[in-house]
Design a binder for this molecule. Structure first.
Ligand code: SRM
Ligand code: SF4
Length: 597
């Protein structure tokens, strides 16, 4: 099948947009045609795994993503140096000891010797040569991990509060996240996945949770079915674009709930059983510089749905996006554009074809906070966990050695937080001192928790691995934080600032929710966003397009100074919200080389 062609739609429900070919038929976009021709995500990947080329073709690369891997080059090297990034899928960030130890070893033996905790609560490995991909991926599956659907046009890793609290609504939120992950696991693609990576060994088949089995047995509205018996929810072209779900409890916004395509805030009864959830739809961060029709957006409240109807609701929203999401323009294909363009009323009316349950008015929620869970805390079951700040999520050197030693000795489960930090969980009281001693030996807790911004900031990988990066992010972030902390000290600022940085506008560290967002716009230059809230409830605004990083202090000093002098009881984000964009620009310091838009 050629890259762009006229082909029948796999599902004949309406699709937004629509390029017409000469004979008036709708032309299928390239990636759509590739998905359709892939035999549920097998080809041309399966064939190309057999050849000796050091890289995959573009077609295979698109299918490879659904298996959790991206082909990358080292952008520090002049010559193309191909390797694969592998991303796991770990709902709620849970990584058992056995899997962690396997990842640790695989990173050393086949990868670049590091692991990276991601902003969606999982681990990535970088630098895997193509010829080792089968070995590495097979080892992950055999150690009870999975990379299936960690990337690609499909539901991604489901987020949930990482803290292993055994009380309140936390266990219900984690169970719901597991159920959603199981519900949205592709069926036919699972077969392709096991065939490719573990010779079809069905022992590693992902088994749906009992709740999901029950929901799948119940009749759902006809519109939910894709028309493809093998892949009943997704159909043979899967979704128009990635889809992200996050689950949390009222007041804990560690998962950045408004940035999710579908955000669920669960309510429980007095003994922790799921009663229902407030549902938010249409959040998303990705945008493109100078393309005003792309934008970051916070989700809209859809309403409250009762617990026993929640999985049906989740399926319904996915099916609606499958049928109505834009399959012609990938830049415009996320659910957020559907909600923005057609409106919440349209969404609610259309959803009625897919969901026959009740959508009630939202329940009240407490003011949300970004919980970090750093330091020692009780789980609630007699055990402890310790939250370790990990700068930009990169696990390397002494930190990697210490984590391996601790996990090996005590068989500890890890949890990755949306803030790229790691929680060591299930610690018995008599293990605490030894663990603390080992953490002290590498200076981990003091160093990273001493500085106000460091325990809050996140940055995406950017150069050298990310093919879309315009600027540095991860490699320059520690220095940026140190400079901001020094500036804060010189101005007498006590409160931490929420700082997030990326190397391009795709928004992988969710910078548009930060109090200070730095978004790579040209070599050495960053778009400056101000005005996000510490509880991640408000979108920030762009105030400068090209801030030279060298001028960071000069530009921010006057506005930070005005804040501490006039409104220090407010957060910096709330202070910025009181001003128009023009006024905010006037409050910034002038520095040579700044283009004031
Ligand atoms: Fe992302 C693409 C890294 C979370 C929005 N993201 C990429 C790629 C795969 C680059 C590419 O397409 O070639 C990056 C790989 C870099 C590398 O070398 O590892 C990449 N994204 C990451 C991670 C590793 C950043 C991190 O610092 O941890 C995160 C992995 C998440 C995971 O475990 O699943 C990551 N990406 C996010 C998030 C945050 C989130 O999901 O909560 C977002 C914003 C939320 C959203 O989706 O709207 C995000 N990534 C994007 C986009 C823009 C999507 C859009 O709607 O326009 C792209 C580009 C694309 O998809 O075309 C992208
Ligand atoms: Fe790459 Fe841009 Fe995502 Fe950073 S924000 S990892 S530069 S795609």
């Amino acid at each position: 099948m050629s890259a762009v062609e006229t082909a029948p739609l796999a599902h004949d429900a309406p699709t937004a947009g629509g390029l017409l070919s000469e004979n008036g038929a709708r032309k299928m976009a390239k990636v759509e045609a590739l998905k359709l021709a892939s035999d549920h995500l097998r080809e041309p990947l399966a064939s190309e795994l057999e050849n000796d080329e050091p890289h995959f073709s573009n077609g295979a690369v698109q299918i490879l993503k659904f298996h959790g891997s991206y082909q990358q080059t080292n952008r520090d090297q002049r010559q193309r140096d191909w390797s694969m990034m592998l991303r796991l899928r770990s709902p709620g960030g849970r990584v058992p000891a056995q899997l962690y130890l396997a990842l640790d070893e695989l990173a050393d033996r086949y990868g670049n010797g590091t692991l990276r905790a991601t902003t969606r609560q999982t681990f990535q490995l970088h630098g895997i040569p193509k010829q080792d991909l089968r070995t590495v991926l097979g080892a992950i599956v055999r150690n009870l991990g999975s990379t299936l659907a960690a990337c690609g046009d499909i539901n991604r890793n489901v987020m949930a509060p990482a803290a292993p609290y055994t009380t309140g609504g936390y266990p219900a939120a984690r169970r719901l996240a597991d159920d959603v992950a199981a519900l949205l696991t592709p069926r036919a693609a699972m077969g392709a996945y096991l065939d490719l990576w573990v010779d079809g060994d069905m022992a590693y088949r992902f088994r749906p949770t009992p709740k999901v089995r029950k929901v799948n047995r119940q009749p759902s509205p006809a519109a939910v079915h894709s028309g493809d018996e093998q892949e009943p929810l997704y159909g043979s072209r899967y979704l128009p674009r990635k889809f992200k779900v996050g689950v949390t409890v009222p007041g804990d916004n560690s998962i950045d709930v408004l940035t999710q395509d579908l955000g669920l805030v669960v309510f429980t009864d007095t003994i922790g059983r799921l009663s229902g959830a407030n549902v938010y739809v249409g959040g998303g961060m990705g945008r493109t510089h100078n393309k005003e029709d792309t934008f970051a957006r916070t989700g809209d409240p859809l309403g409250y749905v009762q617990g026993h109807q929640l999985l049906a609701l989740v399926k319904a929203v996915v099916a609606l996006q499958r049928d109505h999401g834009d399959r012609q323009s990938r830049r415009h294909a996320r659910l957020k554009y559907l909600v923005h363009d057609r409106g919440l009323d349209w969404l609610k009316a259309s959803l009625a074809n897919y969901f026959h349950g009740d959508v009630r008015p939202l329940r009240n929620e407490p003011v949300p906070r970004l919980e970090h869970y750093l330091g020692w805390q009780r789980q609630g079951d007699g055990l402890w966990f310790v939250g370790l700040p990990v700068m930009t999520g990169r696990v390397a050197g002494p930190l990697k050695d210490t984590l391996r030693a601790l996990v090996q000795r005590y068989r500890l489960e890890l949890r990755v937080t949306p803030n790229q930090d790691i929680l060591l969980c299930g610690i018995a009281p008599n293990q605490k001192q030894d663990i603390q001693d080992q953490l002290d030996a590498i200076g981990l807790q003091q160093s990273a928790m001493g500085e106000p911004t460091a325990s809050h900031g996140i940055a995406c990988p950017a150069l050298p691995t990310c093919g879309l990066a315009i600027t540095e992010s991860e490699r320059t972030f520690p220095d940026v934080l140190a400079r901001l902390d020094a500036l804060g000290r010189s101005l007498g600022i006590q409160q931490p600032l929420l700082v997030r940085m990326t190397g391009c506008p795709n928004g992988c560290s969710r910078p548009y929710m930060a109090e200070v967002g730095l978004v790579g716009s040209a070599a050495g230059h960053y778009q400056l966003w101000l005005g996000g809230a510490p509880g991640l409830t408000t979108l920030a605004r762009p105030v400068l397009d090209r801030l030279p990083l060298a001028d960071l202090e000069a530009v921010l000093r006057p506005v930070l100074s005005r804040w501490v002098q006039t409104a220090a009881t407010k957060s910096f984000g709330a202070f910025c919200q009181d001003y128009t964009t023009e006024e905010l620009r006037d409050l910034l310091g002038a520095a040579p080389g700044i283009d004031q838009r």
